[in-house]
Design a protein around this ligand. Structure first.
Ligand code: ADP
Ligand code: MG
Length: 281
């Protein structure tokens, strides 16, 4: 209750009372929201229109995010409840992911066991499979865009860079964060949904080791990033063979031989430990 009656007492949008700040992105602020009548807690992504130079880009990306999110219905993808627009801002009313940021959870645990990683990768792969079946590529999968719900299940957010694809090589815009981006995206080549598998491979590596596999110095040094990628990820020798096989195939430089989400879901590594016991933290 307390968080809604302090500073933002009068801030209301539609039927929602706005509460504390949950997070911030480049063009947005995300606040807790409370439906005045239903008392349901939501997250409200607020995108101001006045972002000067980038106005058109922001407008396009918020519309696209809303349009694509509307098409997706999956337990591991955040739901869009409503979209509103005022003179100054756009508002996306989203399902509230109570468990907070996955990256925070991971940094507290340092790294995760294979068994726990299997649970998260299975959920992410299932969600990404749903996107790809719907001809949508997320294009910005990274630890920062993974949240947790109250039961510690994944909710994928941030479809601001997502797009519809037609076949395996129909996209060409470079987007997302370079350290998570597939090499074909940076070679001025047409690319497709396989870029999401690469990004999932980067996330999986980070879950198992607590580190990113390819981290140039400084982070925007593309030449160094490229040569690190060409050298391949250094896998810890403690990983099981099945696990190492899957991650290596997700990080295949050539997208035509990279494992697909469908193949990930039937890979032997994900067949293990299917009934993960509930862990009460
Ligand atoms: P941007 O597109 O500007 O990067 P995001 O959609 O990634 O914005 O959201 C920014 C931050 O807001 C996230 O990293 C997260 O901390 C928080 N956030 C976003 N959506 C939710 C949600 N549904 N539930 C809880 N927190 C959220
Ligand atoms: Mg984001």
């Amino acid at each position: 209750k307390g968080q809604f009656d302090s500073l933002n007492k009068k801030k209301k949008v539609g039927n929602y009372l706005l509460g504390k700040l949950l997070g911030e992105g480049a063009f947005s602020k995300v606040r807790n929201g409370l439906h005045i009548i239903a008392r349901e807690k939501v997250a409200v992504k607020i995108v101001p229109k006045k972002a000067a130079l980038l106005r058109e880009y922001v407008k396009k990306s918020v519309r696209r995010e809303a349009m694509l999110l509307q098409k997706l219905e999956h337990p591991n993808i955040v739901k869009l409840y409503e979209i509103m627009e005022t003179e100054n801002s756009y508002y996306l009313v989203l399902e509230f992911a109570e468990g907070g940021e996955f990256i925070k959870y991971l940094s507290e645990k340092k790294r995760l066991s294979e068994m726990e990683t299997q649970k998260y990768i299975r959920q992410i792969a299932s969600a990404v499979d749903h996107m790809h079946i719907s001809n949508i590529s997320h294009r910005d999968l990274k630890l920062e865009n993974l949240l947790l719900d109250k039961d510690n299940n994944i909710k994928i957010i941030d479809f601001g860079a997502s797009n519809v694809f037609y076949g395996d090589y129909s996209l060409s815009t470079q987007c997302g964060s370079p350290v998570y981006a597939a090499p074909e995206m940076y070679c001025n080549r047409k690319y497709g949904p396989a870029v999401d598998v690469w990004s999932m491979g980067i996330c999986m590596y980070a879950m198992l080791t607590g580190k990113l596999p390819f981290l140039p110095e400084p982070p925007n040094n593309f030449n160094m990033l490229h040569s690190l990628i060409m050298r391949g990820a250094q896998l810890p020798d403690t990983l099981s063979d099945d696990c190492a096989n899957m991650i290596t195939r997700m990080l295949a430089v050539d997208p035509s031989i990279r494992i697909t989400v469908e193949e990930i879901l039937t890979h032997s590594w994900l067949q293990q430990n299917q009934q993960m016991p509930v862990i009460n933290r």
